[in-house]
Design a protein around this ligand. Structure first.
Ligand code: ZN
Ligand code: ZN
Length: 415
């Protein structure tokens, strides 16, 4: 394609925005009930449709959905939350690493779990992590970093490791720490990983049981965080760099570690917005300003605003409507600032219906706005209006093709 592309695109994902008709909202969905002139302008001037993040009826997680929307088929590439969570808390996860989600827990000296969350410890986990991070076990390096509260992530790096191993966390209190074992007999790589994990767990107890942080906790009558229990092993997948793949220069503005982790893993620049908390109180406008700023040096911005999903999980229809209206203020700000060659693509990563209080397999609305789009008759951004639009019904893995087509940066398939 001739010339340097000047087009830019913002892919704005309202987490869990999709919903079902709610009796308390007069039979409307939260999107249909909200006053949202910005989103409705995008729908009226743009081309609208429905999107199944993975496939019709499939209940997507936020991680699998974002992978799909970025063009990485999760059925091929998704290996569990571990690698993306580790990347999301700033660990440098490399292809071939085995990653685990972990808890700091409390055990007695017979290795019986007294408290899976170590009294929901909030302070001192960075010092505890420093006591175990970087240890060498055989020819493997064990990298560990604390996350929020009692959580952390473990990354094993070395030759000949496999991910098909069981959890050490017994998932109940009063039970003994489980031995990590290969899930299939004869899997040498998994057997090696299991051996390393069991040694890591043992050494974590030795390093942490009398650690000053835990001595102080015992003095205060708190449960010591005296062991680390890895679970959910995942092999870090080989994902092609996003920018190389699409010929873009991308950045991500997001609130949760999981989404930042997916974005970081595919090579996007992570931009932090102060005040963006991931909750219903989040400073959404700060994210809007971060997007506009990032667009000066990037031509593709992925933004995820988490609050709608939180309201859905909590069965709060009014809070979900209010969140949508606050998100709309950011959408209007972006419309104001958008140059003549900027595309805005507005969608969600899955439905989180308030009545379900979890993710459902219902499709979500999607709208493409910018120069050259085939404006259709759909005038508002909602689940049922979107079903009438020109985009029809697409899947998550179609989205990047549609964006790069509009931006004029896609290679032709064939002659
Ligand atoms: Zn989500
Ligand atoms: Zn959710």
């Amino acid at each position: 394609m001739a010339g340097v592309p000047k087009a830019k695109a913002i892919l704005l994902i309202g987490d869990g925005l999709g919903d079902r008709p709610v009796a308390d909202l007069g039979g409307k969905t939260p999107l249909e009930a909200a006053n949202k002139p910005g989103m409705d302008r995008i729908a009226a001037e743009g081309e609208v449709g429905l999107m199944d993040p993975i496939a019709p009826g499939v209940r997507a997680g936020s991680d699998t959905s974002h992978l799909a929307i970025l063009g990485y088929d999760p059925y091929r590439y998704y290996t569990g939350r571990g690698p993306f969570e580790a990347a999301g808390i700033g660990m440098d996860v490399k292809q071939g690493d085995i990653s685990f989600r972990c808890n700091f827990s409390t055990v007695d000296d017979s290795m019986t779990v007294i408290d899976r969350r170590a009294g929901r410890i909030v302070e001192g986990t960075d010092q505890l992590a420093a006591g175990v991070d970087g240890m060498r076990i055989e020819d493997v390096r064990a990298l560990f970093k604390e996350s929020v509260a009692h959580r952390g992530a473990l990354v094993l790096r070395g030759p000949g490791l496999g991910a098909d191993v069981s959890d050490t966390d017994p998932h109940e209190e009063g039970a003994k720490v489980h031995k990590c074992e290969p899930t299939a007999a004869g899997d040498e790589a998994a057997a090696k990983t299991a051996r390393i994990v069991n040694e890591f767990v043992k050494r974590s107890y030795e390093a942490l049981n009398n650690h000053p942080v835990n001595v102080a906790r015992r003095e205060q009558g708190l449960n010591p965080a005296n062991i680390i229990l890895p679970r959910g092993a995942g092999l870090a997948p080989d994902l092609r760099n996003f920018d190389e793949r699409y010929g873009l220069k991308s950045a991500c503005v997001a609130e949760t570690g999981l989404i930042k982790g997916v974005a970081k893993y595919v090579g996007m620049t992570i931009v932090d917005a102060p005040g963006a908390t991931g909750g219903l109180d989040s400073d959404i406008m700060a994210m809007g300003r971060a997007i506009v700023e990032a667009l000066e040096s990037h031509n593709f911005i992925l933004c995820n605003v988490k609050g709608g999903d939180v309201a859905g999980h909590d069965n709060q229809p009014a809070a979900k409507v209010a969140l949508i209206e606050r998100l709309d203020e950011m959408v209007r700000f972006l419309l104001d600032r958008a140059g003549s060659e900027t595309y805005i693509v507005l969608t969600s990563d899955h439905s989180t219906p308030v009545a379900v209080m979890d993710h459902s397999g219902d499709p979500v609305p999607i709208a493409f706005w910018g120069p050259g789009v085939r404006t259709d008759a759909c005038k508002s951004f909602g689940e049922r209006p979107a079903a009438t639009g020109g985009v029809g019904r697409i899947r998550g893995v179609d989205v990047m093709n549609m964006i790069t087509n509009l931006m004029g940066v896609q290679e032709k398939f064939g002659a």
